[in-house]
Ligand binder design. Structure first.
Ligand code: PQS
Length: 411
């Protein structure tokens, strides 16, 4: 049993960020946390909370004070009972983190990304053509979930059969950053086959010779890392690459569907696709919050917080902090949301953000070229998850745009 040290001088917010109602609509709690002060204390989980942009940004930028080695969720991945070993990047500090991060340089270098862009543009065109042809679709189920589930596994070089396992695996990973609540235990109970499939995909013999997975294994051949470590690094793609992009893309589609003025603006100037996606990442904040553990005493607003304290860092709250953003809740594709922490910041900033932006831009570009208007035809539903904010469903009718002469969409 750990004893509670009374956090003198820190406002206590007696709320549960992981109860279902709060997960479905986290914004009232985020505001409460921001208004409580620069730091607050959540007694239920014995975690401090940073929800203002200034503190969130500063904590993420200071890995020496705010360590990731005890995990970035409520549970410690080093515990023998945890469902996976710690991630070599996500849950490690320098110098290990630095060494492993470097392994990804060739994977994400310009030539590799150019190749991925060409291949993924064709995939985006095909998928968007298909939903436009259908007209009435669930654009989350039929597009936002389908596109990342094809692009990323293709890029990594995963086998085709079994890719649907990545959905249940992601459910486990992202619920696994929360407490051991019903969401987590249910995801765990269902995850056996998915965990086996992922374990198999981490092995070299199940990866193609030309994908990003093979590039990681080449570092092991060169002696930079061990072959076991290469497998664990391949897991990064499988864990982090699907749910996050599904969240961002589904969020972008939701925001464009519910803000017809912004859709019209994007139609008038399709070169705004990348900016629109970035603004969606700010507003959605796919990963709502992560945890850090303090390595030394920190003083916040006069309160002294002892080393070894745990901090929930609310990216999502920071991205809507009115101290930082004008009209923070407004979706404005002309905003330049530079400095948002939707991809984090500092040494752990999203490694895959180049891929995420590429996917987002390609999907929005393909859609804006072919669709005049997105009509909402039913109730949108948010998906319940401990750390990723995502839509489960968004029923729409897509009204096709008149084709320009000379445009030929592959059928
Ligand atoms: C692992 C690595 C990375 C792993 C969200 C999730 C992750 C960024 C955002 C993530 C999750 C798991 N990274 O090593 O399994």
């Amino acid at each position: 049993m750990t004893t509670t040290t009374e956090p003198t001088g820190v406002p206590i917010v007696d709320a549960d960020p992981f109860d279902p109602e709060t997960l479905l609509d986290p914004y009232p709690l985020h505001e409460r946390l921001r208004e409580a002060g620069p730091v607050a204390f959540l007694p239920k989980y014995q975690h401090y909370a940073y929800a203002r942009y200034e503190q969130v940004q500063a904590a993420l930028a200071d890995w020496e004070t705010y360590s990731s080695a005890a995990g970035v969720g409520l549970q410690d991945p080093r515990d023998p009972g945890y469902f996976r070993t710690p991630g070599l990047l996500l849950e490690h500090d320098p110098p290990d983190h630095t060494k492993f991060r470097k392994v990804f340089a060739p994977v994400l270098a310009a030539p590799a990304v150019r190749k991925l862009r060409t291949e993924s543009a064709a995939t985006a065109a095909q998928l968007v053509d298909s939903v436009v042809r259908k007209g009435s679709v669930d654009i989350v189920r039929d597009l936002a979930q389908v596109f990342p589930l094809q692009v990323l596994p293709d890029a990594v070089g995963l086998p085709v059969p079994g890719r649907e396992h990545l959905i249940s695996f992601g459910e486990l990973v992202f619920n696994g950053f929360g407490p051991q609540n019903d969401l987590f235990t249910r995801a765990l109970e269902r995850s056996g086959p998915a965990r086996d499939w992922v374990a198999a995909c981490m092995r070299r013999e199940n990866l193609s010779d030309t994908g990003m997975g093979a590039t990681i294994y080449a570092s092991a051949d060169a002696g930079v890392i061990t072959h076991d470590e290469a497998g664990t690094l391949v897991r990064n793609f499988l864990s982090a690459g699907i749910d996050t992009t599904v969240s961002a893309i589904s969020g972008a589609l939701y925001l464009l569907a519910t803000n017809p003025d912004q859709w019209a603006r994007l139609r008038a100037d399709p070169s705004l696709a990348r900016a629109a996606f970035e603004e969606a990442v700010r507003l959605v904040s796919p990963v709502q919050q992560f945890v850090r553990s303090s390595t030394r005493e920190v003083e916040v607003d006069g309160a002294v917080i002892p080393p070894g304290s745990r901090f929930l860092i609310f990216h999502s709250a920071a991205n809507r902090d009115p101290r930082q953003w004008a009209e923070p809740d407004r979706f404005d594709i002309g905003r330049r949301p530079a400095g948002h922490v939707g991809f984090g910041t500092g040494i752990h900033a999203c490694l895959g953000q180049v891929i995420a932006r590429l996917e987002g831009e390609l999907i929005l570009s393909a859609l804006v070229e072919r669709v005049e208007r997105i009509e909402l035809t039913g109730q949108s539903r948010w998906h319940l998850n401990n750390s990723v904010r995502s839509l489960a469903s968004l029923p729409v009718h897509l009204h096709p745009a008149a084709q320009e002469p000379g445009e030929h969409h592959a059928g």
